[in-house]
Design a protein around this ligand. Structure first.
Ligand code: MG
Length: 451
């Protein structure tokens, strides 16, 4: 049987992996999983293929007897919110997140607005590949209704957010799904907003959708030239946020994650969830607030599942996908931006002053070629050999690949799921030490992978 779902839904190049036929089949399979009844909320990003794929997915749902609440072009977190608020059985977002414009895909949410777990994804995959779905009779075909939920969504957090003064914010939506909603949300909490790349455009002419430092040059410049307090950038479906400080410098994702995670800890809830590749700065900053860090596999589905399982205060990845479980179980870039502004407001400091005192950590990365058929063997003998090579090892975990905690850092070795490579990442207090750790791990890997 084939595989449809990756670490964050179904995704691929339109016309190759992601076709109208797949969309109809997936819609039909979801209807079957839901028992051929009830309603499903569906939203989309502005990709050139999103109308087509949304239409096909809706056809699958209707022909399976489900009703549809159509949300229009909205960010992914709005779909998660709507799914719970509208009391529907599931939510669907047509998006390929930060991928280039030729990609598209689907993210699926349960009735709580949380990403389906891998086991539910497996059930839907099974229905899809075996074509085990029922077609409604002509009299039972589902109906479509429009649902405008954006004002409710903004109202749900804006009402509780009071800032100490008017902050000037430049928001870069990258021509993606946040274009209508993000500036509105920031205005609603009292910010003075200057939007850029704020026309939805499926060709994404403004910048690549990944909100990483190399793609945010224009935003940094705008922050400086406007004397703004903050720059905010979202990926294509706005479940992620990146932040630029008042000096026009892109904040390091791990440090921002650490600050926001620590701010969510309360007397009742002191555990935060992050992924195996997040910096130790998260442990330090959260530890200073008497909080505990639990680590999961990389990917927002893994983070959400663990947040729910242990009832955590917060869950987040260094890429800026942050879950605030008190609000919703979907990573929410818009609410993330609001929480950063709240941090500034509560502390009376600007962002560079908040990030400046955090301990410095450095990351080094290397890829090692390894044929797919050899990966399992190489990875299975790795823990022993790694532990043998690093005398300073204090902890070995196998949550996702092999992660060896050292007295002064850590090393993570993960086999890529899509390429014939094994990735090695190390972190330490100096760049030299991070490189030394990576080199040592790579040497061990090369000895076994035959490259
Ligand atoms: Mg995304």
């Amino acid at each position: 049987m084939g595989v449809l779902f990756g670490t964050s839904g179904v995704r691929g190049v339109v016309g190759e992996q992601v076709t109208p036929q797949l969309a109809i089949g997936l819609g039909s399979a979801l209807a079957a999983y839901l028992g051929n009844s009830g309603a499903v909320a569906i939203g989309k990003d502005p990709r050139t293929s999103s109308d087509m794929l949304e239409g096909c997915f809706i056809s699958g749902l209707l022909s399976g007897g489900c009703n549809v609440k159509r949300l229009g072009m909205v960010p992914t977190p709005v779909v998660g919110f709507a799914t719970k608020r509208l009391g529907v059985k599931a939510g669907v977002m047509v998006t390929a997140s930060h991928n280039p414009p030729e990609y598209n895909g689907f993210k699926l949410f349960d009735s709580d607005g949380m990403a389906y777990t891998t086991s539910v994804e497996g059930k839907i995959e099974n229905l899809y590949f075996k074509k085990k779905w029922k077609k409604a009779t002509w009299a039972d075909i589902g109906k479509i209704e429009k649902a405008d939920i954006v004002q409710d969504y903004i109202g749900a957090f804006a009402g509780e957010t009071e800032l100490s003064r008017e902050y000037k914010v430049i928001v870069d939506c990258g021509n993606g799904a946040a274009t209508f909603v993000a500036p509105l949300a920031l205005e609603k909490i009292g910010c003075k907003v200057v939007p850029i790349n704020s026309q939805p455009d499926g060709l994404f002419p403004g910048r690549p959708l990944e909100p990483s430092a190399e793609n945010l040059g224009e935003l940094c410049k705008m922050v400086r030239s406007n004397g703004a307090d903050l720059g905010i950038a979202h990926d294509g479906d706005a479940d992620r946020v990146a932040v630029v400080d008042e000096k026009g410098t892109v904040a390091f994702g791990d440090e921002l994650l650490a600050l926001v995670a620590a701010s969510q800890i309360s007397a009742e809830k002191s555990i935060v969830v992050t992924t195996v590749d997040a910096s130790r700065v998260v442990d330090e900053v959260v530890g200073n607030r008497d909080g505990t860090v639990v680590r999961t596999k990389v990917g927002d589905v893994s983070v959400a599942t663990e947040v729910k399982r242990i009832g955590a205060a917060f869950g987040g990845e260094p890429c800026g996908a942050w879950i605030f479980p008190g609000f919703s179980m979907v990573p929410d870039g818009l609410l993330g931006a609001v929480k950063v502004l709240k941090l500034l407001s509560d502390s009376g400091k600007n962002l560079s002053e908040l990030l400046g005192p955090l301990p410095d950590y450095y990351t080094a990365r290397k890829k090692v070629a390894c044929p797919d058929e050899k990966k399992a063997k190489v990875m299975s003998s790795l823990p022993k050999r790694l532990e043998g090579a690093f005398e300073e090892a204090i902890e070995l975990t196998r949550i996702d690949g092999v992660r060896l905690g050292l007295e002064d850092g850590w090393v993570l070795v993960r086999a890529s799921g899509t390429e014939p490579i094994i990735r090695v990442t190390a972190e330490a207090r100096t760049p030299g030490r991070a490189n030394e750790i990576v080199k040592k791990a790579v040497k061990i890997l090369r000895a076994k992978s035959g490259k």
